[in-house]
Design a protein around this ligand. Structure first.
Ligand SMILES: *[C@@H]1O[C@H](CO)[C@@H](O)[C@H](O)[C@H]1NC(C)=O
Ligand SMILES: *[C@@H]1O[C@H](CO)[C@@H](O)[C@H](O)[C@H]1NC(C)=O
Ligand SMILES: *[C@@H]1O[C@H](CO)[C@@H](O)[C@H](O)[C@H]1NC(C)=O
Ligand SMILES: *[C@@H]1O[C@H](CO)[C@@H](O)[C@H](O)[C@H]1NC(C)=O
Ligand SMILES: *[C@@H]1O[C@H](CO)[C@@H](O)[C@H](O)[C@H]1NC(C)=O
Length: 500
């Protein structure tokens, strides 16, 4: 393939003009909290490359994912739609899940393909595997894929090596399933995966993709959803023992190092000034892992909850010469990435209901966000209960609250799973600017101004829910152990025979 069409256009963004449309690199961390990066205040994390991106780019303070768990959050990132529309609930996909992200959903890769972009995904997919890999990235607009197609704890891990020379993975993973495979495009390359070598494999794959695309003068989209810093933590020789923060810090540092390497590749190929690099994470930290889990900083609770700690994430946008270094307090979301990329590439938006907004004004002009509202769905959304919380401007109202096992072990009694579902009528309301930790619900009595805010939030909620059509649940389709990826498909006894 070649792309003569681009030679007739000049793409201009403010004073920067280029002969080709911009490239996009999207880094997505896993279970990384608001407080985990050096540039977000963590005292012992080692994240020099992300800190550099933050110093030279735009750092968000009010950036949200759409779900406090993995699969639904990824579905929203790639489609620009709340997960309720695509049916990615309740919870997450399993190795033998029958469903997946419906193939008729349009991903960022599919938005860019008609414009001639090269597309690649590397790392954790977690939007379904399915019979013969029906739901893999190569079926959703990505030319190439290398990775574990789901969480790397979704297979037995306790005899696997997570740190050199032979430190076994800490704790227990899902023992009934096949060991986690490394998939290239549609075929299994290795099973179980070698954690010590995984980051190097990803780094080589991503580097090659950038170099090959650059040499072909083909614009590209690289989606890099890392397994770092999800449980069980792992790191190879370059990162193990390097941070002050122990296994979590080393895992984070390994991802940070790859980001540094890929930035150097972009620079070396002369692409750095024509590439938007974006970094964020899928959901809040898994606090139940204690010092082996992430940290939500001053935010309340973490993974699995609709408190801020579950869904507010670090986010950095970097594009030298185009994005001015700084910090923005504008509200934005993973939902906004698809419309923003489409706008920058000059691509058509998919003809579906989108929940995201073009955030180019925020990125390039220090402007206002078009996003005024953020919806908070629980891990298991239902039409009956609807939204658990809604943020409008600086106010967030909780209609339901509930803790989560993932968020156990902190002193806050609202976070763990034993904090059962509680309805709030009127809703609990917080001013997130004065009280980002959601500690002090605002009194309604004698406060007509706050009562008016609640009324306004309730009106927005009613209007939103009236138009929200839930897609068929893909996760409720259940699991079939025969669908689990196995490198020797006809072997027996499963799952232990799936070993190559
Ligand atoms: C995809 O197909 C399903 C089943 O036919 C349909 O319900 C859904 O609305 C479609 N989704 C999109 C985004 O077109
Ligand atoms: C996968 O494909 C093979 C070959 O086409 C077929 O025999 C098999 O039934 C398929 N497996 C599933 C689970 O659909
Ligand atoms: C698979 O991978 C290779 C090399 O990474 C690539 O060239 C090829 O086009 C990919 N896609 C498919 C669908 O095989
Ligand atoms: C781990 O390895 C030991 C020794 O080979 C074996 O007995 C045990 O069953 C293995 N455990 C799991 C969960 O694979
Ligand atoms: C990128 O732009 C900066 C100025 O913003 C310039 O100093 C640098 O040389 C450019 N790099 C490349 C590879 O074009």
């Amino acid at each position: 393939m070649d792309f003569p069409v681009f030679t007739c256009f000049v793409f201009c963004l403010f004073y920067i003009c280029s002969a080709s449309p911009p490239n996009f690199v999207l880094f997505f961390a896993d279970d990384l909290g608001f407080g985990d990066l050096g540039c977000y205040g963590h005292p012992s994390s080692l994240t020099p490359n992300l800190d550099r991106l933050a110093a030279g780019g735009l750092r968000f303070t009010d950036f949200y994912c759409t779900s406090p768990v993995c699969s639904p959050s990824r579905a929203s990132l790639l489609t620009g739609r709340y997960q309720t529309r695509s049916g990615i609930f309740p919870g997450v996909f399993y190795p033998g899940s029958i469903g997946g992200l419906p193939l008729n959903e349009t991903t960022i890769a599919e938005v860019l393909k008609p414009l001639g972009y090269a597309t690649a995904a590397v790392g954790k997919w977690h939007l379904g595997y399915g019979a013969n890999g029906t739901f893999l990235p190569t079926k959703q607009g990505f030319d190439q894929y290398l990775g574990i197609p789901y969480s790397h704890d979704q297979g037995p891990c306790h005899n696997l090596t997570c740190f050199p020379p032979d430190v076994k993975c800490f704790g227990w993973c899902d023992i009934g399933a096949v060991t986690v495979p490394l998939v290239h495009n549609d075929s299994i390359k290795q099973q179980p995966v070698n954690f010590l070598d995984l980051e190097r494999a990803y780094r080589d794959f991503a580097t090659n993709f950038i170099i090959t695309s650059a040499k072909k003068k083909q614009p590209f989209f690289l989606y890099y959803p890392s397994h770092h810093t999800h449980y069980p933590l792992y790191a190879g020789t370059g990162a193990a023992g390097r941070s002050l923060r122990g296994p979590f810090g080393d895992s984070l540092f390994e991802f940070d190092s790859t980001i540094g390497n890929l930035m150097a590749t972009l620079e070396g190929m002369g692409m750095i000034n024509n590439t938007l690099v974006f970094f964020t994470s899928d959901n809040g930290p898994e606090l139940m892992r204690m010092s082996r889990g992430g940290n939500s900083g001053l935010l309340k609770c973490g993974k699995g909850t609709t408190y801020e700690g579950g869904m507010r994430e670090p986010a950095i946008a970097f594009w030298p010469g185009v994005i001015k270094p700084g910090v923005t307090h504008e509200m934005a979301s993973t939902l906004d990435i698809l419309p923003t990329i489409a706008s920058l590439a000059g691509a058509k938006l998919p003809p579906v209901v989108l929940d995201g907004f073009d955030m180019t004004d925020v990125l390039f002009q220090n402007g206002k966000s078009k996003r005024e509202v953020m919806m908070f769905y629980p891990t298991d959304p239902t039409e009956k209960l609807g939204l658990f919380a809604l943020r409008l401007g600086k106010y967030k109202a909780h209609f339901y609250t509930r803790g989560a096992t993932h968020s156990a072990t902190t002193p806050d009694p609202d976070c763990p799973g034993i904090a059962v579902l509680k309805a709030h009528d009127p809703p609990l309301i917080f001013d997130l600017e004065a009280d980002p930790s959601e500690r002090y619900p605002l009194p309604l009595e004698g406060r007509p101004d706050i009562q008016a805010v609640v009324a306004q939030i309730e009106a927005v909620k009613v209007q939103f829910e009236a138009t929200m059509v839930f897609g068929e649940s893909q996760i409720s389709k259940g699991v079939n152990p025969d669908l689990e990826p196995c490198c020797t498909p006809r072997c027996s006894p499963k799952p232990t025979c799936c070993h190559c």
